[in-house]
Design a protein around this ligand. Sequence first.
Ligand code: HEC
Length: 617
Amino acid sequence: MNRIARVLVVAAAVCLASPAPAQTVAAPPDGQTVYAAHCAQCHEQANARVPPRDALQQMPSTRIMRALDAGPMLAIAMTMNRDERIAVAKYLGTDTAESGPSAAAFCTDRSVRLAATPKAAWNGWSPTTKNSRFESAGAGLTAERVPRLKLKWAFGFAGDVAAFAAPTVIDDQIFVGSAAGVVHAMRAESGCLQWVFQANGPVRAAMVVGPLEGGRHALLFGDLAGWFYAVGAETGELLWKQHVESHDSTRLTAAAVVHDGVAYVPVSSWEEARAGDPTYACCTFRGSVVALRVRDGAQLWKTYLSDAPKEIGRNASNALRFGPSGVAVWATPTVDAKRRLLYVTTGDDYTEPASATSDAVLALDMRDGSIAWKKQITANDVYNGSCRSAAANCPQGAGPDYDFGSSAILLDGEGQRELLLAGQKSGIVFALDPRRRGEIVWQTRIGKGGTNGGVEWGMATDGDVVYASVSDVGRTRQDNNLLDPRRYALDPAQGGGLTALRVKDGTKVWYAAPQPCPAGAPAGCSPAQPGAVTLIPGVLFATSYDGHVRAYAAADGKVLWDYDTAREFTTVNNVPAHGGSIDGPGPVVVNGLVLVNSGYPRNGGMPGNVLLAFGAD
Ligand code: HEC
């Protein structure tokens, strides 16, 4: 069966227990063949930097898997599907279990207690399901104390090169995922562990704690292999898991939003990157939103956001082509409880024909997932990873790659004009009218935009001013040095910038210029600011590819506090750790604590593997 037939046959299949995706109808790939094709050219040569084949053969296959999924081999594995990764990891590695955290990393009292009504919480992508990223009452920190923030503890993720997960905090309890797919329950006070849970793939999405019967709680989260889990928040035991999409390039990058006992799960993919391989039959992934009942994981509905792909010809390398495809959902949906709508921002199309739902803000009916209205911002944006090098899979007349990577923010407070705010990779911030099917109220350009430009992970607002940072990273592809697992060289002077806009009309309040990397900064330094920003009363927190986390006065953009995370740390769990570039979730500030994950080599930035917790006296 060819790839598309496989995808279609199993489109509705739901797999409950097996850790390997169940859609593998074709013969599994042979590990030795995969090794010869993808690994041997480096691992069979005598080079002090490359572990030789016998060293790989002494590693647990789980560690090899991790190196491919989220470790030093992630750029190399970019064109390999899940079955190939599993096959080569099994072929090379041993069955021995990895050792896991040391006993000393655990708390003496390992109990997890969650209050029915927490005093302070940052639960999920944002403190509320309107996704404003504004921690108003529970911040436990004031502008006056921010300059006194000091490192309280650092926690190292063993063997990882990226620390990109969004922590969730309920009072003194932290839950955070990792590139190795380990979910950690830890105490905010000291960073000691209560339990760990191993997921099938890397976990970068924020987790959401939802109530269960009997005063217990479920911790809900997705991984980069397309699995969505409910784990007992108190125990770390698996309650249920669902493979929400069978396409093998599925990844869940964004947190689900939970409302009235239902988790709404946004589904995204990395197929766009796989299209860079000219022999790849591009493309068959379709973005979707899936509604799962928290209690038992039952699927209530699933809405695909583009039509089913059909064969549309062959590319220059004679590989089949399929379309439409794409329209991934990279960001957490936003709840409009009053209208019973879910606002969903979408990404581009990978192949033609272009969809009317790509690069759009969509309103989905929470009851059945039907699309109530759609507001497309950029039409005909058909783009995939092969377009950077004008390779075989790039469609004719490719679009600008202006996905929405961040959530829409809903403003509907008392006496407030109802608005939806959305920042795009185009570098433009939009205000839409939710009463008029998303009609544009204003739009303001704050950056240049592009594939890795513009607004990427998210904005923050208190309802009066909306704050947005831009990436606009300058990068050049480097294929000449195969031994560097990073695919890109970053420009140390290009990118970044933070803008505050008036919510009522989109006019600028202030602009904080990015700070270029100092002379002699390590490779991978860039002033780009793709990470989400975070707001507490009077203070805005933002991160950068230069490894810094900074606090700005919300009123005028003056820097109040600046900490360079690109350094080594002594950690509470005794794992050697260092920070690097920061991308993704942005700081979480709640209950007097500022939490920052540091390390992001994926787009050419500086690797790192540390979670940092700051507090002020
Ligand atoms: C372009 C060269 C290159 C290719 C191709 C390559 N590797 Fe590597 N690999 C390296 C280098 C260099 C390192 C050492 C990286 C480091 O220590 O930062 C490494 C390290 C590793 C490690 C050790 C990670 C750890 O946890 O210590 C594993 C496992 C690994 N590679 C597996 C693979 C597999 C499997 C493939 C094929 C799918 C592969 N590599 C393809 C260059 C390569």
